[in-house]
Design a protein around this ligand. Structure first.
Ligand SMILES: Cc1cc2nc3c(=O)[nH]c(=O)nc-3n(C[C@H](O)[C@H](O)[C@H](O)COP(=O)(O)OP(=O)(O)OC[C@H]3O[C@@H](n4cnc5c(N)ncnc54)[C@H](O)[C@@H]3O)c2cc1C
Length: 422
């Protein structure tokens, strides 16, 4: 699973003969989001993502691969990936552009407080300079005056155990997380303190492609998403049976795995394993989070799956592959799929981990933060994972980058148009 971002109706889709539109993407986002999405915000992402990717190409010089990926819950392949296979393909291009523009990026500074005037207009921030994460006693207080406005882009709070357990008590310390350690919620709480309206904070996404045999994001997602889900199956080791459409959205898949009460086993054969991006299979095998077997009997023995039941499941799935129709779970079988008969076989255990916060502060389509009174808080904008409502109950894979860049640009443009003050 190289980092990817979704856009609808792209030139690459037209070249590959894929029929897509912003409306189709919006419908996918709403279906995955259980229709809890704030439709006007989701619509803005679906409508503006093509323009945003073009901006990264034309203005930032980002390069993308000449192929599209279909993530779970998307009705067609629509996700772009950078040629270097990493989000750094975008971030480094942004940093280079900032340098060209003479904008300095300050690190080791912790955002502490929003500063307002008597009318409530946000006029600056208090920070801790020389802050050393996570030492709360480090850093010196400093005040920074905003020339025009403040844009909050502090991300989600997946690593903030206290806040995430307040929102969803099931997500205790035993549930691992794919995020970096700084994915904490104090900036979100500060926005709430100045009166921002919270939206859907308890909708915290679990990544169903994560493995319990490694920490954090790891390499299992690189096996499961591009290879073992499209070109393989997920089984319950207790029964040897499939129990979910391997290409459904993250929420449905995570819920289905959790319902079994124990890790699932995701497997594919050597043809499927060819789809794993270079290097990841080897790393998974080395870490033992991915395993290799010469026969299905060996695989069943290792994971203590009833071998007869597993063989029956594979034979049934292979018959679906031949017909191109999954009569049990409605998985869209990839056009070039082959029956699972080509040893060696590869497998990994799956157990969901905290991945994305769908909730956050309420914004409008101009990226202004909306207060409890329904009015925009003057001088305060927000974009990205710190905002809520765009994805409803479940963010589709590769739509976070689309959301962040679309609303990041809107927030930046509108903040720049604000009247300078003081
Ligand atoms: C492993 C992984 C893989 C992913 N892959 C994809 C993908 O392929 N496609 C996709 O669309 N999405 C993907 N996502 C989701 C996507 O990366 C995030 O939703 C997105 O990066 C959020 O961007 P952001 O700018 O809102 O916040 P972030 O990128 O999280 O940036 C916010 C920054 O603010 C910092 N911060 C927080 N609080 C403070 C504070 N008080 N003071 C100072 N700094 C603070 C944080 O430490 C962080 O550095 C992935 C996420 C993870 C974890």
């Amino acid at each position: 699973m190289r980092p990817a971002w979704a856009l609808a109706g792209s030139p690459l889709q037209r070249k590959l003969g894929i029929d897509d539109s912003p409306d189709k993407m919006l419908q996918d986002m709403l279906a995955a989001g259980l229709f809890l999405n704030h439709v006007e915000l989701a619509k803005r992402v679906a409508e503006k993502c093509s323009e945003a990717v073009q901006w990264t190409i034309d203005y930032l010089g980002v390069e993308y691969r000449d192929a599209l990926v279909q993530f779970g819950g998307h009705s067609v392949p629509r996700s772009y990936q950078t040629t270097n296979g990493s989000g750094a393909g975008i971030v480094n291009a942004e940093l280079k552009k900032l340098e060209e523009l003479g904008v300095s990026v300050e690190t080791k500074r912790k955002f502490a407080r929003l500063l307002q005037d008597e009318s409530g207009r946000v006029k600056g921030v208090e920070i801790l300079d020389n802050y050393k994460f996570p030492s709360e006693s480090s850093g010196q207080s400093k005040f920074i005056k905003a020339k025009k406005a403040v844009v909050l882009a502090a991300g989600g709070f997946g690593r903030d155990l206290e806040l995430r357990m307040i929102q969803d008590p099931r997500l205790n310390e035993e549930v691992d997380c794919t995020n970096q350690p700084g994915a904490t919620g104090e900036a979100l709480l500060e926005a709430l303190r100045v009166g921002a309206m919270p939206v859907q904070l308890c909708w915290i996404q679990l990544g169903p492609w994560a493995g319990p045999d490694e920490e954090g994001f790891g390499v299992v997602p690189q096996f499961s998403v591009p290879a073992a889900c499209p070109w393989g199956i997920i089984v319950d080791p207790e029964t040897g049976k499939r129990f979910v459409n391997e290409l459904t959205d993250r929420k449905r898949k995570a819920d289905a795995i959790l319902e079994t009460g124990h890790p699932a086993v995701n497997l594919c054969d050597s043809l499927g394993a060819e789809k794993v991006p270079p290097g990841f299979l080897e790393r998974g095998l080395e870490k033992k989070s991915i395993r290799k077997f010469d026969t299905i009997d060996d695989l069943a023995g290792f994971y203590e799956i009833p071998a007869g039941a597993l063989k029956e499941t594979i034979a049934r799935y292979n018959s679906f592959v031949k017909k191109g129709v999954d009569s049990d779970f409605g998985k869209p079988i990839p056009g070039d799929a082959q029956p699972l008969t080509h040893p060696p076989f590869y497998a990994a255990r799956l157990w969901p981990k905290v991945h994305h916060c769908m909730g956050g502060v309420r914004i409008n389509t101009s990226a202004q933060v909306i207060g409890l009174n329904g009015e925009a808080i003057p001088g305060l904008y927000a974009a990205g994972e710190v905002t809520g409502g765009i994805h409803g109950a479940c963010r589709l894979g590769s739509v976070a980058t689309a959301d962040c860049i679309v609303f990041g640009r809107i927030a930046g443009q509108n903040a720049a148009r604000e009247q300078a003050w003081g």
